[in-house]
Design a binder for this molecule. Sequence first.
Ligand SMILES: Cc1ncc(COP(=O)(O)O)c(C=O)c1O
Length: 380
Amino acid sequence: MKNFDVYPLFNIEPVKAQGSYLWDKNGVQYLDLYGGHAVISIGHSHPHYVQKISDQLNKIGFYSNSVQISLQEELADKLGKLCGHDDYQLFLCNSGAEANENALKLASFHNGKKKVISFKKGFHGRTSLAVAVTDNASIVAPVNATENAIILPWNDEQALENAFKKEEISSVIIEAMQGVGGVHLASESFLKKIRTLCDENNAVYIADSVQDGYGRSGKFYAHDFAGVSADIYTMAKGMGNGFPVGGIAIAPHIKPKHGLLGTTFGGNHLACAAAIAVLDVIAQDKLIANAATMGDYLMAQCKTIEGVKEVRGRGLMVGLELEIPCAGIRNTLLEEHKMFTGSSSDKNTIRILPALNIGKAELDQFLEAFKSVLSKALIS
Ligand SMILES: Cc1ncc(COP(=O)(O)O)c(C=O)c1O
C-alpha cells in the first residue's frame, strides 16, 4: 500500500530533535522557527516531557472513558490555574478540528439554535462543520457545505450586528489572531462586540485558540488581550507539544449531561501525561513571559528590515508580510540557511511560530539570515 498523496513534502527527513533544533538523517542541523504548524510549545524532546510520557507508558498507556482517570483531573486543575479560568470545565479530545466540532455542537445543544458565524480568512479545521465555517471553498466538500455557516468580513462590527438581527445565531467562532490566514489580529473592540451580541442573543462565543492559545501570544489565550471571556475556548497544537491532544474549556453556565459528548481516545493516560508535562514546563520556566519578550524583540527587529511591508502578531506568533512573494525566501532559508519557517494563505506572508522557550541567540541567527536572503532577493 502507498500513502494517500495529499501533502507537498520537503525532501528532508528529520530523525532527531532537541529544543529549537532538528537533525536530518545526514546529521544536518536545522533551526525550527515553525514547530510543525505551531505544535512545538516547550521545545522538542524536553526532558521532563520525555520522562513523564515514558513513565506513564510503563504504567498504563490507555483505558477508555469508562473508568476513573485521575490524570484528567490533574490536567484540568493545572490548566484552570494557568489559564485563569479555574471555574471552567474541560472536555478532552484529540485534535483542533475535533475541539471545534465539539464546541460548535455543544453550543447548539446549549441554545437549540443552528447558525454559526465565522470570518473571512478564518481556519477552523477540515472536518464537517469546522470546515464549513472555514473560509476556503477548495477544502469544503459538497457534503460539508451548509446554510448554517455564515462567513462575515473581518473586524466589521456593522456586518456582525446585521447578521444577529437577521438570523438566530447559535455561536460565533473566531481566532483572536488568524493563523493560516496570515496572522491578522481581531480588534479588541470587535471581540468585545462579539461578547455583547452573544450575551444579548443567547449565543455562544467560541474562542478558537488552537493555534494562538496556550501561551503563544504572551498571554494564555490571545482573546485575553481584549479583556473578555469566551464561553468556550478550543485548544490543541501546543497543548501536547506533538502528542495528539485537544480540548475545550467550557464556561460554568453550560451544563454537562451524560452522553452529550464523547470520544474513545480523548483524555487517555498518555495524552494527559504529555499535556500535564507541557503545563508544568510552561509554568516552571515562565514560557508565557518569554513568548511575550522574545516576540516583542523579534517584531521590533523585523520592522527595521528592508523589504518587510508589515509585521503582525503578538508574542511568538508573528506574520511577516513581504513586499514580494515569500515562497522563494522560505526555500532559500531552508536550503541554504537550514531554517524552517511557515507559509500562510497570503502568498507574501511568512509565519514564524517557534517554541515558546526560544532564545535571543536563535532569533538573531534567523534575523541575520532573513535580512541577507531578503536583500539579495530584492536586488535580483
Ligand atoms: C485556528 C485553528 N483551528 C483549528 C485547526 C485545526 O486543527 P487540527 O489540524 O489539529 O485539526 C487549526 C490548524 O491549523 C487552526 O490553526
